[in-house]
Design a protein around this ligand. Structure first.
Ligand code: PAF
Length: 258
């Protein structure tokens, strides 16, 4: 496995890949879990070579404390990727990815200011900008994203269409703990009592009779509700759990049975 820490090292790897090979790419912010593993396995099953990036992208954080507390498990992540037979891991530095210091940005002006975007101003501009940069650098044939971040997946798909980008965006099912909690790097920050409470979020999203009912039940269960909204048969939600200063934001979504 090549660990590319500079643009030059990434380009050397990419140039050496057979021009006929189908290249898969899984962008991540590290703190890898089984959700990431499922994306990598999907790439390995359908592509000839797989690249993964690990980069905690500062431009998508609207809150400095959130960025500072984002889990960093780089050595474990690299061992996990090696065991998964990933071909290349790209671990860039800010100055390499942002030589323009974020002067140039990809901004979506409709869907990105709703749902998570309404509560995290600028978040999706940071996500779309870094994903565009990573796709341009890695030049994959396919890129794999989890459906847990459904709004992100939709915005990336639409960006690829809007800019005529030559890459297939593959959405992959959310992977859950045995109690139903969607796997997320942020789960590492849950205090034990919040971890016990967290799975109720998904249960309520799935079972509530309406979005209003879900908001009410979540509030009663002690969550602070950012939003619950159903769009095209899919109920999406975001909540925070835990006391101020140590709270963790959870997002999830579920396809409703019609
Ligand atoms: O979903 C994530 O981990 C991030 O938003 C992504 C797509 C890697 C961009 O930083």
């Amino acid at each position: 496995m090549i660990v590319a820490r500079t643009l030059g090292e990434l380009r050397s790897w990419r140039d050496a890949v057979d021009s006929e090979a189908r290249v898969g790419f899984v962008p991540t912010m590290g703190a890898l879990h089984k959700g990431h593993t499922s994306l990598i396995e999907r790439s390995r099953a359908t592509c000839d070579a797989t690249a993964v990036s690990i980069y905690v992208n500062p431009t998508q954080f609207d809150n400095a404390d959130d960025l500072a507390s984002y889990p960093d498990t780089l050595q474990d992540d690299l061992a996990r990727l090696e065991a998964l037979s990933v071909d290349c891991v790209f671990v860039p530095a800010y100055q390499d990815l942002y030589p323009d210091d974020f002067a140039y940005r990809i901004e979506e002006r409709q869907f990105s200011s709703t749902l998570c975007g309404a509560h995290r101003p600028g978040h999706f501009t940071g996500v779309l900008t870094v994903v565009m940069k990573l796709l341009n650098l890695v030049q994959p044939d396919a890129a794999f994203f989890g459906e847990k971040d459904f709004q992100q997946l939709t915005l990336i798909r639409n960006m690829v269409d809007a800019f005529f980008m030559n890459v297939e965006i593959v959405g992959c099912p959310t992977i859950r703990e045995s109690d139903g909690l969607a796997m997320s790097s942020r789960n590492l920050n849950l205090a034990p009592s919040d971890r016990r409470q967290a799975p109720i979020f998904h249960e309520i999203l799935e079972k509530a009779s309406s979005d209003d009912d879900a908001r009410r039940q979540l509030g009663e269960a002690g969550f602070l509700v950012d939003y619950v909204e159903t769009i095209e048969g899919r109920r999406l939600g975001a909540v925070t759990v835990g006391p101020t200063g140590q709270s963790v934001r959870l997002i999830d979504n579920t396809e409703l049975e019609m």
